[in-house]
Design a protein around this ligand. Structure first.
Ligand code: FES
Ligand code: FES
Length: 149
């Protein structure tokens, strides 16, 4: 199968099998920021944005993506760097494996919720399983990025 899909602001023609998901196919096309962290759709490591909302790329068929706008970390490197620096400032050293999913989720939150409460932020990040570096520093960095008190 083939489909033209807008990825990071550019239309690309992708070839794929009917059963393939975005995680597999986008990685094959060089979007290596997207990672696989589980087989059960439960870790959020593979998160990308579809039409500015976070989606698990491991469970989204490529065929469904035609006509939608996809964003990966490769398309938002400046924002990703800003988020990484805010995390580092709070002593939160997210590893390179889970960071892309974290960044995409945070950007989705920024698109969807204005002035979220702590509870709303924690709820939004419920699916991001990595808490290797704890919760408090992450939450502080997230709020600095969102510019909420
Ligand atoms: S790889 Fe774990 S939710 Fe997609
Ligand atoms: S899995 Fe990356 S810091 Fe925990």
């Amino acid at each position: 199968m083939k489909a033209v899909i807008n990825i990071n602001g550019r239309d690309r023609e992708l070839s794929f099998e009917p059963h393939e998901n975005l995680l597999e196919v986008l990685r094959r096309y060089g979007y290596s920021s997207i990672r696989k962290g589980c087989d059960t759709t439960s870790c959020s490591v593979c998160t990308i944005l579809i039409d500015d909302k976070p989606v698990h790329s491991c469970s989204y068929l490529v065929a469904r993506a035609e006509g939608h706008k996809i964003t990966t970390v490769e398309g938002v490197e400046g924002e990703a760097e800003k988020i990484a620096n805010l995390l580092i400032d709070e002593g939160v050293d997210q590893c390179g494996y889970c960071s892309p999913g974290f960044v995409m989720t945070l950007m989705g939150l920024k698109n969807e919720l204005k002035n979220p409460t702590d509870e709303e932020i924690l709820d939004y990040f419920m699916g991001n399983l990595c808490r290797c570096t704890g919760y408090v520093g992450q939450l502080t960095a997230i709020k600095k990025y969102l510019e909420v008190k």
